[in-house]
Design a binder for this molecule. Structure first.
Ligand code: NAP
Ligand code: GLV
Ligand code: GLV
Length: 444
């Protein structure tokens, strides 16, 4: 079901220039005497008439104040005031007017304030003074929580959000062990506030969120979850490769907008994968598993790593420049280190083919996001698929505005089975350290 709100206009050409050109709405249908535009689920129509109808308010709703600000930055010329908060209506908005005098409002519905300010509830699942204390920063699959309770008194954040730095710091002093997420920053300051801490068990393979040198200097073990998530993350990298190359998300949106009117010779043309060249940046566990899947597509495989690897399929080690110049698909699987931060910047993007597709399931900051946005805007590469971002969870509006990029919320390892296996491994690691045994995977 859908509906349309119509206005009469005396200037249909002007309407098109304004609503499509200036506001950036999508033209859904051109009926000759009527134009119908899309803004999310809102359909807005204008029909030619003698006089223009201008009564009422057309309100465009956005999901964040930042989006309203971004709109304002683009529409300053027609705005009649700056963005502001209305306490009365609990909205953040600004007003503007179209060229015929209709009132336009650009707004965000504010979340109830108390929600953001509530202190996270830390529940003690199994009060037991005799046990070592472990802080679990978010609920993870139940198998791991059960396992942890056998060894630890488990203190857990039950809110559906990550702990703030201050919240983490207020709970860490009593803790013997910490089981945390890749979104928790475990820095010098936090480690200094943790006199009893013996282990930081990361519920992830990547550990760029932890100051491992400082942990080592304080004799705090740091553990991670390699291996158990390799195949799931490689599957997801392929989901992105296919989605970005064959424009799957764009096509899905098109169908849902009701725009599919029949098979067309030139509709949503994309890039082939079969018989093309896959470039892998960082041929480790996940990179190797991504390459293995490519053999089924008959792809030629190139990789760049600091050392020679020997996967059980044909793959050629090349320097970074060759990788960039020759890859049709470039997939990033290196860890984030001082060496790999912004490894893919302006110069590197310029070396890629115009038809190339860039996939990142490693870490966001390996790519210079500002330069990536420019390359995509100017169509200097064909498309991109991203699971990770430079300042996660923040994603720049310019990236959200692009059609030639597929954006996922860091779900590489997010299958039921893999998240359970990661839980077992992270719990095993913490338990082993506390018991003085050798954990499955210890970094320092
Ligand atoms: P891994 O086995 O350690 O593989 C990483 C590979 O990167 C290594 O083989 C390493 O080879 C290479 N590398 C390191 N520094 C490099 C550099 N400067 N230039 C080129 N290559 C370099 O790790 P993994 O288990 O495959 O995981 C890789 C990364 O994926 C993790 O660190 C994590 O950040 C990310 N990840 C993301 C998700 C997700 O949800 N999106 C899930 C899991 C993992 P050399 O030492 O020979 O260079
Ligand atoms: C996920 O990004 C991980 O590093 O496990
Ligand atoms: C497409 O569906 C075809 O038959 O070529």
């Amino acid at each position: 079901m859908s509906g349309i709100i119509f206005f009469k206009t005396a200037n249909l050409t002007g309407i098109r220039e304004f609503y499509e050109g200036e506001l950036g709405l999508k033209l859904w249908k051109d009926q000759g005497k009527c134009l119908i535009f899309n803004h999310g689920t809102l359909k807005l129509g204008f029909c030619e008439g003698e006089a223009s109808e201008t009564n009422g308010i057309i309100t465009f709703v956005y999901d964040s104040p930042a989006e309203v600000d971004a709109r304002y930055a683009r529409l300053k010329k027609i705005a009649t005031g700056k963005p502001e908060t209305s306490e009365y209506y609990q909205i953040y908005h600004f007003w503007a007017r179209d060229f015929e005098g209709r009132n336009l409002e650009f707004q965000y519905f504010m979340q109830p304030e108390q929600k953001a300010q509530t202190k996270a509830e830390i529940a003690i699942l199994n009060p037991d003074e005799a046990k070592s204390k472990l802080l679990l920063t978010r609920m993870i699959p139940q198998n791991a929580v059960d396992q942890l309770q056998q060894t630890f008194e488990v203190h857990v954040n039950t809110e559906p959000r990550n702990l703030s730095k201050a919240e983490l710091a207020s709970h860490i002093p009593q803790m013997d062990a910490l089981l945390c997420l890749l979104g928790d920053t475990i820095d010098r300051e936090l480690l200094d506030a943790a006199p009893k801490l013996r282990v930081v068990s990361n519920y992830a393979v990547g550990y760029n969120n932890i100051d491992i040198d400082y942990a080592k200097s304080k004799n705090i073990a740091v553990c991670n979850t390699p291996g158990v998530l390799t195949e799931s993350t490689a599957d997801l990298a392929w989901a992105l490769i296919m989605a970005a190359s064959r424009r799957i998300v764009e096509s899905d949106k098109f169908v849902r907008r009701g725009e599919f009117v029949g098979w067309e010779p030139l509709l949503f043309l994309g890039q082939d994968l079969h018989a093309r060249t896959l470039g892998i940046l960082g041929l480790g566990r996940i990179g190797e598993a991504v390459g293995k899947r490519a053999t089924g597509f008959g792809m030629k495989i190139l990789y760049h790593s600091r050392s020679e690897k020997s996967p059980d399929y044909e793959a050629t080690r090349v320097d970074l420049e060759t990788l960039l110049k020759e890859s049709d698909i470039l997939s990033i699987h290196a860890p984030l280190t001082p060496e790999t931060r912004h490894l893919i910047g302006k110069k590197e993007l310029a070396m890629m083919k115009e038809t190339a597709v860039l996939i990142n399931t490693g870490r966001g900051a390996i790519v210079d996001e500002k330069e990536l946005i420019k390359a995509l805007q100017e169509q200097r590469i064909f498309a991109a698929g991203f699971d990770v971002y430079e300042e996660e969870p923040y994603i720049p509006q310019e990236l959200l505005d692009l059609e030639n990029v597929v954006l996922l919320p860091h779900i590489g390892s997010a299958s039921f089975a893999t998240r359970a296996a990661m839980g077992t491994m992270a719990a095993d690691n913490a338990i082993a350290i506390i018991k003085g045994e050798k954990p499955k995977s210890r970094i320092v």
